[in-house]
Ligand binder design. Structure first.
Ligand code: SAH
Ligand code: SF4
Length: 393
């Protein structure tokens, strides 16, 4: 049996912290105090948390820890974007990207080291899967961005207004940690972001989309990239397990479960000569006729080794116009930060485990996707760890 890990305070949601304090015989409001110190004031030293009694601070120091991932590189783009390289516990490095725009600042956050799903157009997918990030390593990206951008200084305005889980990895294959992290992003005792501004992007892990309603009310974006199953399966192996009709059905149910009216974003990466013909646009318009959504077109970002090409400006315009004429709200993602290798799909980080991709990834994408609820065992494990740690107090 492996030794239980010590509870890491930044990675504990409000509910989990309350459980911890209950086990310590403390009042639930302690959870809110600790969250505010860490996530709103940026404090990682328990001794600085002066509204907590000295006795309790000593117990926290003895039986819990505060461990954040570390920023090891900061690349600043000419356009004001940043790419930060984060080192996580496994020694691997992942990437997050901050994109400032008029009236908002978007942080693109990673959820895994690598990705098992092997989409043919994605640099992260080419690495294969290495490991899941812990909740602290996911929320720690937002913490670091705030710190780097000066948000913890008294009176400073927060620059990160939006978070998109569009960095490295498939968020819904790291379900429990991602759910806890996005809920903390929206928690008023932590970052207090609007649920319309925290978006989980998924390639379509259907059982996990079905489960989301029980765990969060964050917004969702779907990586579709093709108007039919044949083409989508060629680009995204996960489609062989969860075809388009099942995916749209699961997303519709999730949207209907939300207390407010919101629509999902359909992401469509345009690859020259592959999925960017006018007929693809017309087929997409028909496919989504009865499916309320916004469409975001992403011109393919090239990387090596990958032979796909970026479409011409006119082909992107034609595609967009066909969809707009059919009545859709369409945005085209402007490429930002590609001078620092931080555009969509270019994130690769640095995997500590150099085992070959094929060895690490004997499991095929669809098989991995089917395992999502085995992965949910994490939740039980984390709770066990708390209970065991509390027993020792
Ligand atoms: N795994 C999740 C989130 C990470 S990928 C998902 O697939 O949705 C974030 C977005 O970048 C996805 O829409 C993905 O399809 C897109 N993307 C990946 N590689 C790309 C590339 N080379 N060029 C443009 N977009 C890319
Ligand atoms: Fe994974 Fe998303 Fe890249 Fe596909 S596009 S390989 S799901 S990170």
């Amino acid at each position: 049996m492996t030794a239980p890990s010590i509870p890491n305070l930044p990675g504990l949601s409000r509910e989990r912290l309350k459980t911890l304090f209950a086990e310590l015989g403390e009042k639930p409001f302690r959870a809110e105090q600790v969250m505010k110190w860490i996530h709103q004031r940026g404090v990682l030293d328990i001794d600085v948390m002066t509204d907590i009694s000295k006795v309790l601070r000593e117990r926290l120091k003895q039986f819990t820890e505060i461990r954040m991932p570390t920023v090891v590189e900061d690349y600043a783009s000419d356009d004001g974007s940043h790419k930060w390289i984060i080192e996580v516990a496994s020694g691997s490095r992942v990437e997050m990207v901050f994109i400032p725009e008029a009236g908002r600042g978007t942080l693109c956050v990673s959820s895994q080291v690598g990705c098992s799903l092997d989409c043919s157009f994605c640099a992260t997918g080419k690495q294969g899967f290495n490991s899941n990030l812990s909740c602290a390593e996911i929320i720690g990206q937002l913490w670091w961005a705030n710190k780097q951008l000066g948000a913890f200084v008294d009176g400073a305005e927060r620059q990160v207004s939006n978070v998109v889980m569009m960095g490295m990895g498939e968020p819904l294959l790291n379900f429990d940690n991602v759910m806890d992290a996005v809920n903390m992003m929206m928690d008023d005792c932590a970052y207090g972001l609007s649920k319309r501004k925290v978006t989980i992007s998924t390639s379509g892990v259907v059982p996990a989309i079905e489960a989301m309603r029980h765990h969060t009310d964050a917004s969702i974006a779907i990586s579709l990239h093709a108007p039919n199953d044949e083409l989508r399966s060629q680009l995204m192996p996960i489609n062989r397990k969860y075809p388009i009709s099942e995916l749209l059905c699961a997303v519709r149910s999730y949207m209907e479960s939300l207390p407010d009216k919101r629509v999902p974003v359909i992401e469509y990466t345009l690859i020259a000569g592959v999925n960017d013909h006018r007929q693809h646009a017309r087929d997409l318009a028909v496919l989504l006729e009865q499916f309320p959504c916004k469409i975001n077109l992403i011109p393919f970002n090239p990387f090596s080794p990958c032979d796909y090409r970026r479409p011409s400006g006119s082909s992107v315009t034609n595609f967009r116009q066909i969809l707009q004429k059919a009545g859709y709200t369409v945005t085209v993602r402007t490429t930002r930060a590609d001078d620092i290798g931080a555009a969509c799909g270019q994130l690769v980080g640095d995997v500590a485990d150099q085992t070959s991709r094929s060895d690490r990834h004997k499991n095929k994408a669809a098989k991995e996707a089917g395992k999502v609820f085995e992965a949910s065992g994490n939740q039980a494990k984390a709770t066990d760890n708390l209970a065991v740690a509390a027993d020792r107090l």
